[in-house]
Design a protein around this ligand. Structure first.
Ligand code: SAH
Length: 350
């Protein structure tokens, strides 16, 4: 199989086999990336024009009961100073964001037992009561189906839960044995069935990742057909078992963003903070390679540095307003436009 033929199939919108994905991924150094990114950009413009959607990220707790080996806020990290925002602080972050034109709030955190289903539902309900036209996205990790159902009934419409890797062995290298790929997948399918717009995704360059595990990721995403896919480079954190592992690269991340845009033409793909962390123009390059979402931080500046999933995270010092105007300028320099819109998935309209 020639990788150029595989690329042609992908550009035509045909789903690829595991072998075809692997061929393309193995040959990634040979691919003409300028033409790949141009093809991805054409698909993105066909689906969403030049719009870049904004999601206001509220990192509301860094307490976590899990022990993912790559993550800086893992339960086992005793050096981290822990915080959780109060309901008032979370609502104040929404108010600031709303005033700046943001119409999607993403509540993300560790798996913190303090935030019971009752507390999450009350919070979601209050945000929806104050801002009925805004979308609430949750990113709280793995929960029983009944909890996802309750959050949905309370008004949450989207859920981000990266699958991290679709290869069970690789999953086992990244997580303790008590955490399984099958439960992660169960969560994603439950969320989809309940009616959420669902986001999966993986880190590029995570320890133990190979062309084969990446092909498995692409096959899984092709099958799940998530509405959103979050990918960013793995970046080591000094207080984790992977502290000495190398970070994922800019080139690989851009390559996978472009492949995802071609494989899932209507996906909402963020140019992530991790991408901006490994290169000063990483976000812009991500947008030019197929991404169409940015996620400015609305968390109070006082806690930003504590939500440290990885080292060197950028944009921890600026107030939300500064952050958004900086993003808007950056987006314009590359020929796109920030829109004040919920930015729902448009696949059903077409
Ligand atoms: N508890 C939630 C949110 C996790 S943090 C959940 O389980 O979904 C959000 C994402 O950050 C993770 O899914 C992971 O892919 C990413 N992340 C964690 N540690 C990272 C690291 N060291 N480098 C890059 N990304 C990381």
């Amino acid at each position: 199989m020639d990788y150029r033929d595989v690329l042609e199939q992908l550009k035509k919108g045909n789903p690829l086999s595991r072998e075809a994905w692997e061929t393309l991924i193995v040959e990634r150094e040979s691919v003409d990336t300028a033409s790949l990114y141009a093809a991805a950009d054409a698909v993105r413009r066909k689906s969403y024009g030049d719009a870049v959607y904004v999601r206001g990220l509220i990192e509301f707790t860094n307490y976590c009961g899990r022990n993912c080996y790559y993550c800086g806020i893992r339960a086992g990290n005793e050096r981290l100073s822990r915080y959780r925002l109060t309901e008032e602080e979370i609502l104040a972050a929404c108010e600031t964001g709303y005033g700046l034109g943001i119409r999607t709030f993403v509540l993300q955190g560790g798996e913190d037992a303090y935030f019971t289903d009752d507390r999450i539902c009350a919070l979601v309900g209050e945000i929806k009561r104050r801002y009925p036209e805004a979308a609430v996205t949750l990113s709280l990790g793995e929960k029983p189906r009944a909890s996802y159902e309750r959050y949905f009934a309370a008004g949450a419409e989207r859920y981000l839960l990266r699958h991290e890797t679709a290869d069970p062995k690789h999953y086992g290298k990244l997580h303790p044995a008590a955490q399984t790929l099958s439960n992660r997948k169960r969560c994603l399918y439950d969320l989809k069935e309940i009616g959420y717009q669902v986001g999966a995704g993986f880190m590029v360059g995570s320890p133990g990742q190979t062309a084969r595990t990446l092909a498995e990721d692409m096959i899984f995403l092709q099958k799940l057909e998530p509405h959103m896919v979050g990918i960013g480079p793995f970046i080591p954190h000094a207080d984790t078992p992977f502290k000495d592992d190398p970070a994922g690269t800019l080139e690989d991340t851009l390559f996978f963003l472009a492949l995802l845009r071609l494989a899932l033409p209507h996906a909402l793909l963020p140019a992530t903070t991790a991408l901006a962390t490994i290169h000063p123009r990483g976000r812009e390059m991500g947008l030019s390679a197929g991404a169409n979402v940015v996620m400015p931080n609305l968390s109070p500046v006082s806690v930003r540095d504590k939500y440290r999933l990885y080292d060197g995270k950028v944009c921890t010092g600026e107030e939300a307003a500064e952050c958004i105007s900086c993003l808007a300028r950056r987006v314009e320099t590359i020929g796109y436009r920030i829109v004040s819109d919920r930015g729902d998935w448009k696949g059903d309209d077409i």
